[in-house]
Design a protein around this ligand. Structure first.
Ligand SMILES: [Zn+2]
Length: 195
């Protein structure tokens, strides 16, 4: 199973795994097959590196996308969605969070060091629970909740946790949206200088 996330252009810079999951729908659907989902699961640190996920089936991406939709409803601006949709999303989030997450164990390696492995193969419900629990933590932590920002980039819907000093992070990523903004500003200034 793919362990390298690069071919799928996945991002893990939102500051929380539940927010990283939201990023998988932008700028296009990344969780449209089993392989990119498994790359996401590994990249997001839901399982120790190297954990076999060959048992993942095509229902997994659908289930992760369902959780993603609920997290999106709950995390984005409170006034945006109707209260019934939010109540439904909250109910499902709590159901998904109720499952037991994968059990980690420390295993002695040949060189004597300890490595983290899972006690059994992780089922989809257990992995969904990890992300759902992260969302529960985020939504119920007033300090973290207040640090959730939507990217200031044009047409960029990504949300992230602003943990920068002075809480001045404006973009989901300074390399993508931040850089685009700097280029646009430069162009505007150049155009102004010409006129
Ligand atoms: Zn952005």
């Amino acid at each position: 199973m793919a362990r390298d996330t690069a071919p799928y252009e996945l991002r893990f810079d939102a500051g929380r795994c539940c927010l990283d999951l939201l990023a998988t729908s932008h700028p296009h659907e990344h969780l449209d097959a089993v392989a990119p989902l498994c790359a996401w699961i590994t990249g997001a640190g839901l399982v120790p590196p190297g954990t076999p996920l060959g048992h993942a089936d095509p229902a997994w991406p659908l289930r992760f996308r369902e959780l993603r939709a609920h997290i999106g409803t709950l995390v984005r601006a409170e006034g945006d969605s109707d209260p019934r949709a939010r109540a439904r999303a909250l109910g499902r989030l709590n159901e998904l969070a109720a499952a037991a997450p994968p059990v980690p164990r420390a295993v002695r390696q040949e060189n004597g060091s300890l490595a983290r492995e899972l006690a059994g193969r992780p089922e989809c419900a257990a992995l969904l629970a990890v992300v759902a629990r992260d969302a529960v933590e985020l939504l119920t932590d007033p300090v973290a909740r207040a640090a959730v920002r939507e990217c200031a980039g044009d047409d960029c819907p990504l949300v992230y946790l602003d943990t920068s000093r002075g809480r001045r992070r404006r973009w989901c990523s300074s390399e993508t949206c931040g850089n685009r903004e700097r280029v646009a500003r430069h162009r505007r200034r150049a155009a102004l200088a010409r006129s």
